[in-house]
Design a binder for this molecule. Structure first.
Ligand SMILES: Cc1cc2nc3c(=O)[nH]c(=O)nc-3n(C[C@H](O)[C@H](O)[C@H](O)COP(=O)(O)OP(=O)(O)OC[C@H]3O[C@@H](n4cnc5c(N)ncnc54)[C@H](O)[C@@H]3O)c2cc1C
Length: 562
């Protein structure tokens, strides 16, 4: 048995994981990154539009915080939002000092573009490849600090002994042998779960693993019913067209050529928050003013020079994937499953209610996004709370006494799971892709933008059915080296669990708030529902739902208009 030993194990090498690892290392901890992908292939690298911070002279952190709270439909914890907005400018300056080449204004300052739901242009960017550029810079720092990176190691579960996290189990994909990775603290930074939907804007690896693994080990998931639909994704592929296109002045048009957002958000038009724009688009489509189930994103009036400078990546994507050159033609877009507001419940230092477990980035719920995240706030979340989790984990491990070596017995459960799956080759069971496909379609249809009891009831029944069928899932590849078939089964098991928590949370929440719109309960109901949903996994795998108060500091809930 291979045993690795470090102080802090960071699972995931996207922006949140690498930022956390850097800070834990700077604070003296022996840190290792464990990641199923090469760090540079993390989904953070797909982020296009930008990262928010109140840098402008007329802007203020209070204004950023207020926009975030309003955008969250008042479900965000305001103490966390204050930290988030206040620390943002310092983090941007630090990213710049590390070497991030932010796009500039004529006079050499960091340029900022307007984004949805924001009172000021406060989204910093590098053309429309912001995530890719920052990921490179942060990875350089990881290399510079000599942080150990276990890449293409797939984490399967957390090791918990006496109520404390002791490490993880991971499979080096090159050998297929499970390894014990001992750590005094674990920081989950495994990103989003978009792949429980089909299609989605998310990369193939965004399967919610860290949420599922933590949930399985006893850590609660918070506000899982809130899934963000991004207003502009391409129809079949689900590939994202950045909000930067609207930030730079792009229009949304219906089949009649109307800029319909004026009807729904007379002050902000296309730059209302994402839940508002996606609902408006879907309403236009449902009422017969769509084109092929889409609306049009039109940037022609910006001119070729600006499009080539600021939006070149999406121009190329639209040409490659839909044969549309946005310089000459509008492109068809529709709302696409994009971002999980919910995740592993943490405090403002990333600590989960399970000693030794921390979480940051999209897999965590601090909560700064509440029921609807603003564009540009997620990259910021990875940096601010990744950094804070790194500091907190390094401090935590200093006060944890050394423990005995973890025994091989820790591997037994995962080994058994693998052996059982290996024995299914050639059996009559179902292939994971079949179950996964049905889950993705069901989530899109029943847990989409508009929800209602009947569909949610049938979604719940479907999840239970799919979980039953998963018991009979069939593995075909029994090899050891890079067994992607085996990984897809691990991923699917976790996805069914998190999808279950999402559906149950949505069924219980009888109100409309942010991204959660109930046709049968169309109003926000602060009296009954201004609270977080906290899901804990029961023995039988179903979620137990409890509720927690929302922390309020400065901002009382108001009617939300844009
Ligand atoms: C197309 C797209 C564009 C976006 N644009 C923007 C934007 O412009 N601005 C903005 O603010 N937000 C944007 N977002 C959202 C934002 O990019 C993400 O929320 C954020 O980057 C997530 O970062 P992360 O570090 O939490 O996770 P990720 O970057 O997804 O990294 C996850 C890491 O976890 C690892 N991992 C996962 N499971 C396992 C496992 N079982 N074992 C080991 N390792 C594992 C992976 O290898 C990976 O390294 C966008 C998202 C998408 C999909």
């Amino acid at each position: 048995m291979t045993v690795f030993q470090h102080d802090v194990l960071v699972i995931g090498a996207g922006l949140a994981g690498m930022r956390a690892a850097i800070e834990a290392a700077r604070n003296g901890a022996d840190v290792a990154l464990v990641t199923k992908l090469h760090p540079m292939r993390s989904h953070s690298g797909a982020a296009q539009g930008g990262i928010n911070a109140a840098l402008g002279e007329e802007d203020s952190w209070e204004s950023h915080a207020f926009d975030t709270v309003k955008g969250s439909d008042y479900l965000a914890d305001q103490d966390a939002v204050e930290i988030f907005a206040r620390e943002a400018p310092g983090d941007i300056i630090e990213l710049e000092r590390m070497g991030t080449s932010f796009s500039r204004t004529e006079d050499g300052k960091i340029a900022q573009r307007p984004f949805g739901g924001a009172g000021f242009p406060r989204t910093c960017f590098i053309a429309d490849i912001t995530g890719q550029a920052i990921l490179h810079v942060v990875y350089e720092q990881v290399l510079k600090l000599g942080i150990t990176v276990y890449q293409e190691y797939f984490c399967t579960s957390l090791i918990v002994e006496d109520g404390e996290v002791r490490g993880v189990i991971a499979m080096p994909m090159i050998t297929g042998d499970l390894a014990v990775m001992q750590g005094k603290a674990v920081i989950m930074a495994t990103g989003g779960l978009g792949r429980v939907y089909a299609p989605t804007t998310n990369a193939i690896a965004c399967t919610g693993d860290g949420m599922a693994i933590s949930y399985m080990a006893g850590a609660p998931l918070q506000d899982m019913e809130f899934m963000q639909f991004h207003p502009t994704s391409l129809k079949d592929s689900g590939v994202l067209m950045t909000e930067g296109a609207r930030g730079e002045g792009g229009y949304l048009l219906n089949s009649e050529g109307d800029r319909f957002m004026g009807k729904y958000a007379p002050n902000k038009f296309e730059l209302a928050s994402r839940d508002v724009v996606s609902r408006a688009e879907q309403t236009e489509i449902n009422e017969g003013r769509g084109i092929d189930g889409c609306v049009l994103l039109d940037v022609r009036h910006l001119g070729e020079e600006k499009i080539s400078e600021r939006l070149w990546q999406i121009r190329e994507l639209a040409i490659d994937l839909t044969n549309t050159d946005m310089v000459h033609e509008p492109v068809k877009v529709r709302p696409g499953a994009h971002y999980a507001m919910g995740g592993i419940k943490t405090d403002v230092d990333g600590a989960a209610p399970l000693p030794g477990l921390f979480a940051a980035g999209e897999c965590a719920n601090v909560s700064v996004h509440g029921s609807n995240r603003l564009g540009g706030n997620s990259l910021l979340d990875t940096i601010v709370f990744g950094r804070r989790a790194g500091v907190a984990a390094a401090a935590y491990v200093k006060q944890v006494a050394s423990k005995s070596q973890i025994s091989e017995a820790a591997l037994a459960e995962d080994q058994n799971r693998i052996q059982q799956w290996m024995a299914t080759k050639g059996s009559g069971g179902e292939r994971p892709a079949v179950i996964r496909g049905e889950m993705g379609r069901m989530m899109r249809e029943d847990l989409g933008i508009f929800r209602a009891r009947e569909k949610l009831d049938s979604a719940l029944a479907k999840i239970v059915e799919l979980k039953g069928r998963f018991e009979n899932v069939r593995l075909e590849d029994t090899g050891k080296v890079f067994n992607l078939d085996l990984l897809s089964i691990f991923e699917l098991g976790g996805m069914l669990d998190v999808a279950h928590a999402m559906v149950a949370g949505a069924l219980a929440r009888e109100e409309s708030r942010g991204a959660h719109t109930r046709l049968d309960f169309p109003e926000r109901n602060d009296e009954k529902w201004l609270k977080h949903t906290v899901a804990s996994r029961k023995e039988d795998g179903s979620p137990q739902l409890d509720y927690a108060d929302v922390t309020m500091t400065k901002w009382e809930p108001e009617v939300r208009t844009y």
